[in-house]
Design a protein around this ligand. Structure first.
Ligand SMILES: [Zn+2]
Ligand SMILES: [Zn+2]
Ligand SMILES: [Zn+2]
Length: 87
């Protein structure tokens, strides 16, 4: 499977502490799927959601790896390299 240095640097998956987008909650927004930042552990909304908070957060942080926070999904994704990896 193709990988990148960002995905390869992940040793332990940070899982979602809460099943909600912490930014959408503040503004009364809605989301489709949830993603958890693998740097700080915050859970935010996906690219299919109107506000795309996870992508904005990744760009702001300069750290591109998120994990799906959806029940039953076990994968991480790198925004910079557009690569996904199962775990
Ligand atoms: Zn990468
Ligand atoms: Zn959001
Ligand atoms: Zn973060």
């Amino acid at each position: 499977m193709e990988s990148c240095r960002h995905l390869e640097s992940i040793r332990q998956i940070r899982s979602a502490a809460r099943r909600e987008c912490s930014e959408c909650v503040k503004i009364g927004g809605t989301w489709v799927h949830l993603r958890t930042c693998q740097k700080c552990g915050v859970t935010l909304c996906c690219d299919s959601s109107p506000n795309r908070h996870a992508r904005k957060h990744a760009e702001g942080m300069g750290y591109p790896v998120i994990a799906s926070a959806e029940p039953g999904e076990r994968w991480i994704y790198c925004y910079v390299d557009d690569l996904m990896s199962d775990y």
